[in-house]
Design a protein around this ligand. Structure first.
Ligand SMILES: Nc1ncnc2c1ncn2[C@@H]1O[C@H](COP(=O)(O)OP(=O)(O)OP(=O)(O)O)[C@@H](O)[C@H]1O
Ligand SMILES: [Mg+2]
Length: 351
């Protein structure tokens, strides 16, 4: 479990020390106090990526040039520094050139209101969801994804410039090699997730809603054939038109397409079910649950769904919750409550 987190020049915080409870911690604070930033810091420290931005410079406190995060997960000391010279990460004070060992320390599942985009948003949101899980549960996933994105970028740049086929073909092999790994991994992931998401959906909706989740690959298999037959279209559109960058998840609720027919409440339920499935899958693979980061989602849920969600979260998972009001929390007594005000954390609920 995460035992301490120290933020230096991260987002709106110059310095902040945070000591989460081993079970549930709730951070209460008004808007713009920095609640999401604290959970984001935990995510960046443990997974080296932010759930709300891909631009690392956004994380640096404005007016500063660098930020640092330090923490302890179990007995392991983690440190992440971002300076104008670049990123440095250390594990028990040893500098890590590669991120593999560092990332094997801890896993997380992030819940926020923008999870609704899993249902309503574009395929890229659902691919990111699969990738975030794949990187935490499938060996080699991160490398395959990086290699695929690199080959795709280079290939698309050449297609855009209208360069000769032999130049473009230099990137076919790396694209196919990494693409096939991704396609197979995502298909297996969805196979494992589908029943977990379906049962989580039944639990949250009090058995009212049946969720079906399917992988819709961004190309027919084998990928090499699909790539070869897509050449005329590639030449016309000047980009790679098939492959895992076009993968998607099909979501059906009670046999109807979720994005077109599910109500707002049902869409929220589907999004929660997908995230619970993610946490349960990580628990099944690693034998212990991920750290759960729940950013301000409880205020949006009705009482029944709130209780169902709390009951559906993996037991024994360390859970960090943010909220603007505590009045929903009937069982606040079972949580460590901290109030965030004036960029400081204080024990106890708001006065
Ligand atoms: N890089 C940065 N440097 C300084 N301040 C920042 C930076 N990034 C964000 N902020 C500010 O930090 C403050 C806290 O943001 P954060 O999203 O963490 O608040 P919050 O408590 O989650 O608010 P809400 O309840 O509205 O979600 C905001 O005023 C935001 O503008
Ligand atoms: Mg917030």
């Amino acid at each position: 479990m995460i035992r301490e987190v120290r933020l230096h020049h991260f987002r709106c915080f110059e310095n902040l020390d945070f000591f989460p409870d081993e079970h549930r911690t709730c951070i209460v604070g008004q808007n713009a106090q920095g609640k999401t930033s604290i959970l984001e810091a935990v995510c960046v420290l443990l997974r080296l990526q932010s759930p709300r931005t891909t631009t690392t410079s956004d994380l640096i406190q404005s007016g500063s040039e660098s930020f640092a995060l330090e923490g302890r997960f179990g007995d392991t000391r983690l440190q992440y520094r971002q300076t104008p010279e670049g990123r440095s990460i250390t594990l028990d004070s040893k500098i890590q050139q590669k991120s593999e060992d560092y990332l094997s320390t801890a896993r997380i599942t992030w819940f926020s209101n923008s999870d609704l985009d899993l249902v309503k948003g574009s395929g890229s949101v659902r691919r990111r969801y699969l990738d975030f899980l794949g990187m935490q549960s499938v060996p080699g996933y991160r490398k395959a994804l990086r290699d695929y994105e690199r080959a795709l970028r280079s290939r698309n740049a050449l297609l855009k410039e209208g360069r000769p086929r032999r130049e473009i073909a230099a990137f076919d092999l790396p694209l196919l090699d990494s693409g096939e790994v991704l396609l197979a991994a995502r298909s297996k992931l969805v196979e494992a997730l589908a029943p977990l998401a379906a049962s989580a959906c039944l639990e949250i909706s009090s058995a009212a809603d049946i969720l079906a989740v399917r992988h819709r690959p961004g190309c027919s298999v084998p990928f090499s054939e699909a790539l070869a037959t897509s050449r005329p279209e590639e030449d016309r559109l000047r980009q790679t038109v098939c492959g895992p960058h076009r993968d998607d998840l099909e979501l059906e609720l009670n046999t109807l397409k979720a994005s077109s027919f599910a109500s707002e409440g049902q869409q929220r339920t589907i999004a929660l079910a997908l995230k619970i499935a993610q946490a349960r899958h990580i628990e099944a693979i690693h034998g212990h649950p991920p750290v759960l980061l729940l950013d301000d989602i409880f205020g949006e849920l009705d009482t029944a769904r709130r209780n169902n969600l709390l009951a559906a979260l993996p037991k024994d998972a360390q859970t960090l919750i943010t909220t603007t009001f505590l009045d929903w929390a009937g069982d606040a007594a079972s949580m460590a409550v901290l109030t965030l005000e004036g960029r400081r954390l204080k024990a106890g609920g708001p006065k």
